[in-house]
Structures are given as C-alpha cells and as structure tokens.
Design a protein around this ligand. Sequence first.
Ligand code: NAP
Length: 285
Amino acid sequence: MAVRIDGKAVSARVKADVKKEIEQLKSRGIEAGLAVVIVGDNPASRVYVNNKKKACSEVGITSYEYALPQDTTEEELLSLVEKLNNDSRVNGILVQLPLPEQIDEHAVINTIVPEKDVDAFHPENVGHIMIGDYKFLPCTPAGVMELIAETGIDPCGKSCVVIGRSNIVGKPMAMLLLHKNGTVTVCHSRTKDLKEICANADILVSAVGKANFVTADMVKQGAVVIDVGMNRNEEGKLCGDVCYDECEKKAGYITPVPGGVGPMTIAMLMKNTLTAVKAANGITD
Ligand code: NAP
C-alpha cells in the first residue's frame, strides 16, 4: 500500500517559512502586497481566488482584489494591469485564468512586468525556467517537486513521465525534473503506447484533466504517483486524474485529490510573492 503524500502538511510548512520572512520584512517597515484580478463569474475561478486571498492573510501578505465583470474588454484589463505594474504597494500580480473569450490571455500575460509575474507565465520568466536560473518558480510544478522531495526519492537517473504538455503544468514540470537529472518523457494526446510508457515510470506525474485517466495497469510497482488533475466526477465531487483506490495498492507514494498538489500551488505562489518583495527592496538573501 502506497504512502500518502500529505500536500496540506507540506504546504503548511512552506507557508510557515514564508510567514516568518514576511514578519521579518515588516519589522524593517517593508509590506508585501499581491493583486488578485478575477474577470467574470466562473465559480471555479472564484474558489481559487478566495483560496489565494486566504493564504495571503495567513502569511501576512496584503491582497488587493479586482473583480471585473464578464464583459470587460481586453483594453480595460490591460489598462488595469498597467496601473498595477506602476503601483508600489503591489509586488505581485495574479490574473486568474481562464479569461472570457474576448480577452487574449497572452496579451495580458505579456503586459504584466516580469518582476511582478508571480505566476511565472511571462515569456521572460518561462525562459528563466528553461535555463534553470529561476527568478520565480512555476507554482504547480515547483509544488510537485516539493512533494517528490518529501518522499526522499531523488529523480536523478530515474525514469520520469509527465502526462500533459501545457505551458502552465506539463512543460515546466518536465523542465524541473530534467534539472534534477531525471530521464524525462512527456506524453500528450498523440502519444502512442501511453500505458506502456507510464508503466515504466519511477515517477509519474499526471496533468491531463480527466477523471479516472490513470489506472493501476499504468503504474509501476513502488512508483511515485503525483496527481495534478482537478476534475469533477459524475457526482460533482472534486477528483484528480488518478484512480486513487486501485493505484495506491501498487504505487510506493501517491498524492490525494484534494489535499495533494492543489495546496502546494498556492504555497508556491506565496513564496514567489515573497521573492518579488525582496527583489523590489534589493534584498538578495
Ligand atoms: P490542459 O492545458 O488542458 O492540458 C492537458 C494536457 O493533457 C494536454 O497536453 C493534452 O494533450 C493532454 N491530454 C489530454 N488528453 C490526453 C490523452 N487522452 N492522453 C494523453 N494526454 C492527454 O490542462 P492543464 O492546464 O495542464 O491542467 C491539467 C489538469 O491539472 C487540469 O485538471 C487542471 O485543472 C489541473 N491543474 C491543477 C492545478 C493544481 O494546483 N492542482 C494547477 C493547474 C492545473 P495535447 O497537448 O496533445 O492536447
């Protein structure tokens, strides 16, 4: 039976470390601020934004929420982003995705100044991730790396398989594993022999977005199985990509959903905001 990796506990530790540093900065008169922008009334986005604001208040970061209507134009959103770029109270800018269809996501991401791009989506920060000299961590993949570290298993030389190649999760995930010297295979919807490839993985990360996608026959005995997926099953309950009950019998370590990768993403966002505050104040330690 697999050991369950507790994302809540690991994220609490990361947030406690961030909180300590934020308190030290406050004692020097330095305040930390994160602008959270939400456009429209997507219920999932509202939950994510509320969770991010809650984490800010836990660690002592002031959050500034900007809730814009569904029919906001791209011009209006870009003008807000530019205002936030120039607002000295704001160290990080987070625009919750997805955006309504009249707004080009790339235009928004490219307008956030890289120094405040705490999601690390701006091409300049993506480039840093590619090179392995990060300013900001890609939140979800970095959270996954913390969970893998928790198992004590070093990706060096291991067969690591990432299912999914999105810019937000799959691609940066592959990079982080590669930087740790894993032998990385990235699978996607056109991959042939997906089951066989996965069944040889020492570390399997699923970021597909389909409930019950990873079954026990895709899991190597004793593997580390990380479930990034956030889906709703037929009963409307939150679930990941992995058939947890069958895969936990075969895996060595496994993350649950909820309580696995999700809380880590938010903890890493807090860490990135701290990095932005320190950089804005010329603090290099
Ligand atoms: P995405 O942009 O939709 O990417 C999904 C990836 O899965 C694509 O690369 C796609 O391949 C691949 N895929 C789809 N069907 C497949 C199949 N049958 N076989 C193999 N690969 C297949 O999604 P995303 O933004 O990366 O997110 C993935 C999941 O993670 C979602 O459930 C999302 O909600 C969740 N998520 C969770 C967190 C968190 O904090 N826990 C953060 C971000 C995302 P193609 O490229 O070929 O289409």
